[in-house]
Design a protein around this ligand. Structure first.
Ligand code: KPL
Length: 307
């Protein structure tokens, strides 16, 4: 049976552990904490019929892992990826499939260069999930989990695991063009996340004022023009249509970037609007709204670090 190792026992990593375990797939979580062996993880399913189930998950650390891996699912924050993946590299054999499931873009290019012989799968997840205690996650909203092959070596859905595509809690689908799905997510995050930090508001409140909405439109419009350059077909209602739909659907959410910023953690701005700016430079396009939010958030982050 395929054994999945999940790097990053945060909310998404634990959700994936719970969903994989529920579907009979062997899972080990890899974290920083020096407590290894089997530990209890409580999973609270979404309301209104919320129930809590308990699973026993194996935990290990990068230093203590001592087996080659079948599948390495990377769920770390995008800015904390390279170092722990390097630390695991002696357990990545030619047979290890690397699955990247995180916000922002850029690490997929590094992964393909660093591990050119390995099958690579990219993913985009829209489930709502919160880690409410060290050993407890709350699945706050059902969503989807899109996966797809990336790079030279084509990976088929069947080859990584019998992933359930008929399980409602999972919302799993295999995409032939996963980069397109990831650009859509990048566009949504680039237009919503930094503005929720700047206006210190929930996602839905970005639709409450003309200035906020205009800035959101401009950010989305710039990403959409970049998509054209990289041969990515925009969503049917345009990227701005998708952005507004997500802002409405997740109206009461406080974005991950706002939460990171409030908690004084490094935000994913470099892997979201920063990635947009790196691609804009490659394409020779101007993206002034993305440049502005990037600069503002970088500046705020540096100020907090100096405090
Ligand atoms: O992905 C998100 C995030 O917060 O990172 C959105 C879609 C904006 C939902 O909050």
């Amino acid at each position: 049976m395929t054994h999945w190792h999940i790097l990053g026992p945060g909310a998404v990593g634990c959700l994936m552990a719970a969903l994989l375990d529920k579907n009979g797939i062997k899972v080990t979580l890899i974290g920083r904490e020096n407590s290894t062996g089997f530990q209890t993880l409580h999973y609270q399913s979404p309301a209104p019929n919320s129930t809590t189930s308990t699973i026993q998950v194996e935990y290990t650390t990068t230093a203590q892992l001592n087996t080659p891996m079948d599948v390495l699912l990377i769920c770390t924050k995008s800015h904390s990826t390279k170092q722990p993946v390097e630390a695991l590299s002696s357990h990545i054999t030619a047979h290890t499939t690397l699955v990247l499931l995180q916000n922002g873009l850029g690490n997929h290019e590094w992964l393909a260069q660093r591990f050119p012989e390995n099958p690579i799968v990219l993913g985009s997840i829209s489930h709502g999930v919160m880690k409410i205690a060290r050993d407890k996650i709350q699945h706050t909203g059902l969503g989807t989990c899109q996966l797809g092959s990336y790079g030279q070596l084509k990976v088929s859905q069947e080859s990584i695991a019998p992933l359930p595509d008929d399980d409602e809690d999972w919302g799993m689908s295999w995409q032939d063009n996963i980069l397109q799905a990831l650009w859509y997510k990048l566009g949504v995050n680039a237009a919503i996340n930094p503005l929720t930090v700047i206006y210190d508001c929930k996602n839905g409140e970005l639709l409450d004022g003309a200035e906020r909405e205009a800035r959101m439109e401009q950010l989305a419009w710039e990403v959409e023009s970049l998509m054209g350059y990289f041969d990515i077909t925009p969503p049917t209602d345009g990227l701005i249509g998708l952005v507004k739909q997500v802002a409405k659907r997740t109206a009461s959410n406080s974005s991950s970037m706002r939460e990171d910023s409030r908690a004084g953690r490094i935000t994913e701005i470099e892997d979201i609007n920063g990635y947009v700016m790196r691609k804009a430079q490659e394409a020779g396009l101007n993206c002034p709204a993305n440049a502005e939010v990037l600069e503002t958030l970088q500046h705020w982050q540096d100020e907090k670090r100096d405090d």
